[in-house]
Design a protein around this ligand. Sequence first.
Ligand code: HSE
Length: 430
Amino acid sequence: MGIKLGILGLGTVGTGTVQLLQDHVGRHPLLQLVEIYRVGVKSIDKPRGVTLPKEVMTTDLEAIVNDPEVDIIVELIGGLEPARELILKAIQNGKHVVTANKAVISRFGTEIFTTANQNRVYVMLEASVGGGIPVIQPLKQSLSVNRIHTVTGIVNGTTNYILTRMQTEGSSFESVLADAQRLGYAEADPTADVDGADAADKISILASLAFGGRINREEVNCEGIRQVSKTDITYADKLGFVIKLLAIAEKISSSFLSVRVHPTLVPKAHPLANINGVYNAILVEGDPLGQVMFFGPGAGAGATASAVSSDILNLIARLQYQQADDAPIDPLLGCSHQDYCQIAPISQLTTRFYARFLTKDQPGVIGKLGTCFGEYGVSLESVVQTGFQDELAEIVVVTHDVKEGDVKQALEEIRTFEAIDSIPSLLRVL
Ligand code: HSE
């Protein structure tokens, strides 16, 4: 029996997936059962990197999800709509779904998985986080016997590429971004990447799997890398850190998680400090396992096609060998979360901070800063004054572990001091 695929979208990932499936020699033998039955595109005549029979291609995506012959829908169009609507329709028509769409899963996961469970079908999403890196299935299966404490990831290749080049070349954010766009590493509209939304979608998905509950995407604190300056990268380097955009999900008490994305000073000896360029890595810490890190290409046609096809393979195995029509959902493959995780507001976060001040160069300024921080219970680890900018003294402070809310309050007061010109940077330290 062949398994009929309806593929929605034939862009970079769609083309890579069709190429992989058409070239199955030396891969798992079950892939030979795949029939690329329909492929939905915007324009039939556009030149493609794959050859498909004319009758397979259509611009009617809705007809594919409504076609009773199709067993599995592979959604690779991305974005929220019409992806959400097509996925829901496919599920209601009893089809399994494979998707690479982190935006739709992180925002509409509740609706999608509830509908999938009602219709006893699976929605597979290995390609939605970390491109080719297997991390979804390991979190669902191999690691799920652990109590997970923390998931920390570099899950956006565009921003990691920009920060790596800023660090190695001493260039500004704007100039590296422009170059990355010219070279095709960054999108023409880089907003979702550089402002952290893409990473926030991905950490919402990882947090949900690691901590066994639903995540309200709106509650994920999200800061991007636009405010990271080459001055901060240089100071971080002198202090023994590199700056990375980290996506973090962490259990901070018996009932609360912290889920957040922000540029972070990472100690140079930390495993994530050496993940450079477009690569992604996800560090999972749990009990009794300790640390395990997943590393690899976080985007690209071949890498993402590998993840998409592994989901297809899983579904073929079920369709071929295990599935009675009324069989309940396999909890290791499907989603059985009912409740939402409680996410603590960012003001409750306890972490170290790096702050940079521009001040008048006059006696007592450092003393006043220290006193004010002390009044709000903020303990300082180091204070350095190394440079001048336009006759203003530049002072860099690193705190011990402190409450974010306390630091923010202290900074509000410090801002009012006559000697303070500005506070150009406030970054968290891992
Ligand atoms: N835009 C993403 C990134 C790749 O830069 O990592 C797709 O998830």
